[in-house]
Write a protein that binds this ligand. Structure first.
Ligand code: SF4
Ligand code: SF4
Length: 324
């Protein structure tokens, strides 16, 4: 796979720094039961990297010592990590909101049939990728059979109260197929809600639209097809200054499966670690007692993906809406 990193590190993106930490996004490993074309972590069934128990305990220790409100658990398919349930249960017992970034199909895999019940019992927020409400588009990005497996999982989650009970949030994630930016989030959410309700009787809380980042598998595809410069021009031309204040890295730390720390998941994938206290690379254990407010954020040209149009983050569009 072609690597876009050398084309992104030198940038004229404006300097930004860290604000109060609210969310710890922990990558439990790159193993996944799917292998999606847009995947920015190159996850797949053959990846074997998984966070070990000692690092999971370090994550919990860090949460105890910092004002973390949200633990955002991601992967790969985070449920494939053998310590997933332990981490979730411990964090919930500390009254931290837990988000499971779930690909839905994992809920139907052999050995994971009781995972949905576990998530419901723990009051975990499920944020699930579903790149379209149409079968053809989902299967093009995610593989054959994925659409109907996802529909079955959503029905199971609804039957447990997800999307209906206010304490059981079910959110969906949309990302474009191709070079375009996501359409306006509110309008697309209304389309998803109507189609999923009318076609399948499915309900959910919110739709998050996320811009594809020019990195990893998607970035490699852009380079291979000679589309990298064209895509970067789209991101740059759609830059909106007002999105700078709310980019997610200001309040989030991203942790890799070995416990190393980054300003965001995208920097993690690019191997651009957070630099603090003069260390070229920080581990979670180095930061247990450190307040990172004001620390400069590592930026690159990929950051234009977060500020383009309505803005983009792991929680969807940023708050400011474009003028048209
Ligand atoms: S996009 Fe998500 S579901 Fe697809 S391969 Fe990557 S981690 Fe797995
Ligand atoms: S890619 Fe986005 S979230 Fe990551 S450092 Fe750049 S602006 Fe922040």
């Amino acid at each position: 796979m072609l690597d876009t990193r050398p084309l992104l590190v030198s940038t004229d993106f404006p300097a930004i720094d860290r604000a109060v930490l609210e969310t710890l996004q922990v990558n439990l490993g790159y193993k996944c039961n799917l292998s999606c074309t847009h995947c920015h972590v190159n996850a797949g069934p053959t990846r074997s990297e998984l966070m070990d128990r000692d690092t999971v305990d370090l994550v919990l220790e860090f949460i105890e010592q910092h004002p973390v409100r949200v633990l955002d658990v991601t992967g790969g398919a985070p449920e494939l990590n053998p310590h997933f349930r332990y981490l979730v249960a411990q964090a919930r017992s500390m009254e931290v909101e837990v988000i499971d970034r779930c690909n839905l199909t994992i809920l139907g895999e052999p050995g994971f049939e009781d995972m949905a019940e576990f998530l419901a019992a723990q009051g975990v927020t499920v944020t699930a990728s579903l790149p379209c409400y149409l079968e053809q588009n989902v299967e093009k990005q995610r593989g054959k059979g994925v659409y109907w497996e996802s529909i079955a999982a959503l029905k199971q989650l609804n039957s447990l109260g997800y999307g209906r009970d206010p304490d059981m949030q079910l959110n969906l994630v949309y990302n474009p197929d191709g070079l375009n930016l996501p359409p306006p989030q509110a309008a697309l959410e209304a389309d998803y809600k109507r189609e999923l309700r009318d076609q399948h009787g499915i309900v959910f809380n919110s739709l998050f639209t996320i811009t594809n980042m020019p990195i990893s598998r998607f970035g490699g595809m852009l380079l291979a097809k000679g589309l990298f410069d064209q895509y970067m021009l789209i991101l740059r031309d759609s830059y909106r200054q007002e999105n700078l204040a709310t980019v997610m890295c200001r309040n989030l730390l991203s942790i890799d499966y070995q416990g190393y720390v980054y300003d965001c998941d995208f920097n993690q994938m690019l191997g651009m670690p957070l630099i603090a206290a003069g260390r070229p690379r920080s581990h979670l254990r180095d930061l247990l007692a450190q307040d990172l407010r004001g620390n400069p954020i590592m930026i690159g040209d990929h950051c234009f993906g977060c500020t383009a149009g309505q803005g983009s983050s792991c929680g969807g569009a940023l708050e400011s809406e474009p003028d048209s």
